[in-house]
Every structure is written in C-alpha cells, then in structure tokens.
Design a protein around this ligand. Structure first.
Ligand SMILES: [Ca+2]
Ligand SMILES: [Ca+2]
Length: 134
C-alpha cells in the first residue's frame, strides 16, 4: 500500500524538503526503515511511502550537514561506531541503512569501498571532513 502525508512547508524549518523521509518501524525495539517514495512532491507538499503492513511511522530527515553519521545517532557524531556499521553494510550483513546518504562519505556514487576509505581517512589519518550531504 502507498501511504501519503501532506506537510506544511512553513514548518520544515532549516531543512530542504527533498530530505524529508518517511520511516516505518520494522522491528522492536526501534528498528526503522526508510520507505519513502522519491522524489518528495515539493510542489504538492506530499510525502509518500510504500509498505505491506501497518506499524508506527515518523517523518524525519535524512542527512543534514555532512555525511558520515552512518548509524544515525541523534547527535550526528561520526566515530568508530559508524565505521563498524559501514563495514557491516558493505561486506557483512549488507542490511539497508537508516539513511543511505550518510554513507556516501566521499560524495560520489555509489556507496562502495571509496566511502570506507574516506571514513578511515577522516577518523584516523588526514582528518579530512566527510563530504557534504547533497
Ligand atoms: Ca554516528
Ligand atoms: Ca561514495
């Protein structure tokens, strides 16, 4: 089913509308999946997502400022926890991340080993900041 919410663009303060995302709870406790149908309808101010069942939802944003917060912690901190999750995403479980854009650390598509290299470089070597969110 497709679920849509209309939003008031005046309350989307300091966030670009194209970053709005619809998150759906897939597990307990607090496992969320981004089910947004992109692009966001900025002209109609409508945010839609697709799911097969009903569960709690929230509307949030994906990737503000710089990339690198792969684990989506609320303080937007980039640390070894993000590195661990990026390795897991790229090579082990390959489970979709809460906000895929946060993992594009080198700023170029796709999400690959270049992003891992950029994150290691930022954390331990040259401290070059991660790329800006698009
Ligand atoms: Ca983090
Ligand atoms: Ca990349």
């Amino acid at each position: 089913m497709e679920i849509c919410f209309s939003y008031d663009p005046d309350v989307v303060v300091n966030v670009r509308e194209h970053k709005l995302r619809l998150f759906y709870r897939v597990g307990d406790p607090d496992v969320w999946e981004d089910i947004t149908l992109l692009p966001v309808d900025k002209a109609g101010n409508i945010l839609c997502g697709r799911t097969d069942s009903l569960s709690p939802f929230f509307i949030g944003v994906c990737c503000i400022g710089t990339t690198g917060n792969v684990d989506g912690d609320p303080d937007d901190i980039v640390d070894i926890g993000d590195l661990t999750l990026l390795i897991d995403f790229l090579f082990i479980s390959k489970e979709k991340l809460l906000c895929m854009e946060e993992a594009n650390i080198d700023g170029t598509d796709p999400m690959d080993i270049g992003d891992l290299t950029a994150l290691i470089d930022y954390l331990f070597i040259s401290f070059t900041p991660p790329a800006e969110c698009l």
